[in-house]
Design a protein around this ligand. Sequence first.
Ligand code: PEP
Ligand code: MN
Length: 343
Amino acid sequence: MILPKSNRLAPDQVAEITRIVEASGCKIQPIVGAVRTIYAIVGDERDELMMTRLEGLDYVERIDRIQSPFKLMDKRSDLASHRLTIGGVTLGEQLFVIAGQCTIDPKNPNYFYETAQAVKEAGANALRGGVWKPRTNPYTFQGDTKSLEILMEASRRTGLPVDTEVMEESHIHLALEAGVTTLQVGARNALNYSLLRAIGKAIANKPTAVLLKRSIHMGPINEFISAAEYIAAFGNPNVILCPRGTTPTLDGYRNHPDESITPLLKEKTWAPVVVDPSHSVGKASYVPACALAAIAYGADGLCIESHVQPSAGIGDDPKQAITPEALARLISQARTLWSLVRG
Ligand code: PEP
Ligand code: MN
């Protein structure tokens, strides 16, 4: 829908917008009001070049898009009935919890084995463990491919499916060969379209899932869903949207908690939403409240950093991992809240 700056366009202007839309197989239908005329674009208006050309005209005030920019992830798409099942839980039907360490310490694998067993007993449905880590400081531990073996051994011992972050193409292939169920795309790579395309290609028509974090800097909702569309477009709709806090931070927290975007996401897309309260608030003592808020906002699940002995952990664990005892309490409260919210 084209809204001109003036009350109506001059004939040469109408001819110009008509030429632009016809080049993309669309038509212009003027809607004549008492004072103002607006111009509907009839046809598939998802042609970005057509839209950019129209937006570039100095007599156009704005263009309202009627159609959703996402063909597959839109709530009205044919995929809307798609359901994702991980670790025996169909997302949306019951609370889904991914828990485990931020980072696997390859020098102390026993911590991870103990954490894996403990989060399972606390009620987690899937295990997380960082093998390769995106670190702000280049001199801190960057992860180690050796930890992939530890991750998979913990999966074998507990029977839990695993989630780990991949940052480059080689990680994708190593993780898939090892049997990782869920590939995590971190907040720093959430808009890395070549990585998203590589993941999409690698997991096309496979049961692998993707936990896609929201990009760090106030990532707009449409941009977040469009990133998921990159993966779905290759033929794998198993994408989970993961708000994890955004910046600028809320003074006192690691990021600005953003579990409140859950209803907005759910209005636009059918994709399940799993909130990460750990990176959102960044401190173990604040995690349970943020997690429960996420459930109250309608999240389908939680991704939580937990460690049997947080102070002995590496990466984010010493500051934001909760103990398995705190996790068990939280899962029980979250389940109660889930029933209350979902009726
Ligand atoms: C993580 O999950 O440990 C992580 C690095 O998350 P994010 O990409 O959200 O910072
Ligand atoms: Mn972390």
